[in-house]
Design a protein around this ligand. Structure first.
Ligand SMILES: *Cc1c(COP(=O)(O)O)cnc(C)c1O
Length: 369
């Protein structure tokens, strides 16, 4: 029996020989960071790949979230967000001295519920920070209507939405700002890395200043910016990875479809199907375990898998609103967030990465079917 540890994800790595060639060029040039040639090329290539006009690279996916509020001049008040995400989403609000207001999710998508979002708006609300969870697009049209009506900004945490399109258009074009993560665990990675997508030359310039301490030129500092520049080595790595990301997504799709076919008739197991008109990126394969119907709780399944060396992940458990730093907030009350709680207690993400084999997939399925 194969007892090799199977993790939920495994990074997409560039070809080592090709990467070494690029490193040699960087060594020869001795330009290793600060908007070098590779940085500029990765921005241009990503903009084209993603179908967006303005993108700024960052050193991870958390700092663009933090910087988004500064870029939009949001300095006080409340920000409506989802508790069903990675903790960095809410941390970005906290770091800006703003108050997070948690709103429940729509169980059909895992994303923030637009109607409950509108109900949570007060005179202190400044912005909405939704997440395209698992790369499922939010109801961006409805969220935009609500934001327009109440004069709010929208920042999308699009860490899961790399390459996701609706009707042939990038989902990153919605809202005022979208942020991406290129962490090793994501569909496209630069080891650590991230980006911000904006919609004007002026905003892109502002972002490029803010991520470089606020320097506009050698002697002008326009704001107390941060240092979140991507270096040349990771930009070169990213350019190589970008060439194989379409194949990686195609391979993910095959694996997901095998999971779906094998789990279709298992009672008590549910999963997201593809949505018509959406180009998915298959970043995760979350399954919802209905304890009563399946005859086993999500946590029991999680532990059985662990004993067999299969490290599924309970994304997203605990809810962000359950961490002690946030649980005192009025909006964190359990009765305010029943759908999010149910999902946090019922979902497990199965291993999914491009070089996963059929045997790996069989091992996972044998724990469930
Ligand atoms: C990964 C992730 C982040 C943070 O990105 P880092 O690159 O790890 O800083 C933020 N939000 C969500 C939803 C994520 O999944």
């Amino acid at each position: 029996m194969d007892n090799r540890i199977l993790t939920v994800t495994s990074p997409l790595l560039p070809d080592l020989v090709e990467f070494t060639d690029e490193l040699r060029k960087i060594w020869d040039k001795r330009w290793i960071t600060n908007n070098g040639e590779y940085h500029q090329r990765l921005e241009a290539t990503l903009a084209e790949y993603l179908g967006v006009e303005y993108i700024s690279l960052f050193t991870n996916g958390t700092l663009p979230l933090l910087t988004a509020f500064q870029a939009l001049d949001i300095r006080d008040g409340e920000v409506i967000t989802t508790p069903y995400s990675f903790v960095a989403t809410t941390h970005a609000i906290w770091w800006n001295g703003l108050t997070p207001v948690f709103v429940d999710i729509d169980p059909k998508t895992g994303n923030i519920d637009p109607e409950k979002t509108e109900e949570a708006i007060t005179e202190r609300t400044r912005a909405i920070l939704p997440v395209h969870v698992y790369g499922n697009p939010c109801d961006t049209k409805r969220i935009q209507e609500i934001a327009d009506k109440h004069h709010l900004k929208i920042i999308y945490d699009a860490a899961h939405a790399f390459g996701v399109e609706r009707d042939g258009k990038s989902i990153l074009l919605d809202g005022d700002i979208s942020t991406l993560s290129f962490h090793a665990t994501k569909v496209f990675n630069t080891i650590e890395g991230g980006a911000m997508v904006v919609h004007s030359t002026e905003m892109k310039q502002r972002i490029d200043d803010l991520k470089n301490f606020g320097f506009h030129d050698e002697v002008t500092v326009v704001a107390p910016g941060i240092n979140s520049k991507m270096d040349e080595i990771r930009a070169a790595y990213g350019l190589l990875n970008l060439r194989q990301v379409d194949d990686a997504i195609a391979r993910r799709k095959e694996i997901v479809n095998r999971y779906r076919n094998s789990l279709r008739n298992v009672s008590g197991i549910r999963y997201f199907d593809d949505i018509e008109g959406i180009r998915h990126n298959y970043c995760y394969f979350p399954i919802y375990v209905d304890e009563e119907e399946f005859g086993m709780s999500r946590d029991t399944l999680y532990n059985i898998m662990r004993e067999k060396g299969i490290l599924g992940r309970r994304y997203f458990y605990p809810l962000i609103s359950d961490f002690p730093i946030y649980s005192h907030l009025p909006s964190a009350r359990p009765e305010n967030l029943p759908n999010a709680r149910k999902m946090a207690d019922s979902v497990i993400c199965l291993p999914l990465f491009p070089d996963m084999t059929e045997e790996d997939e069989e091992r996972v399925l044998n724990c469930i079917v």
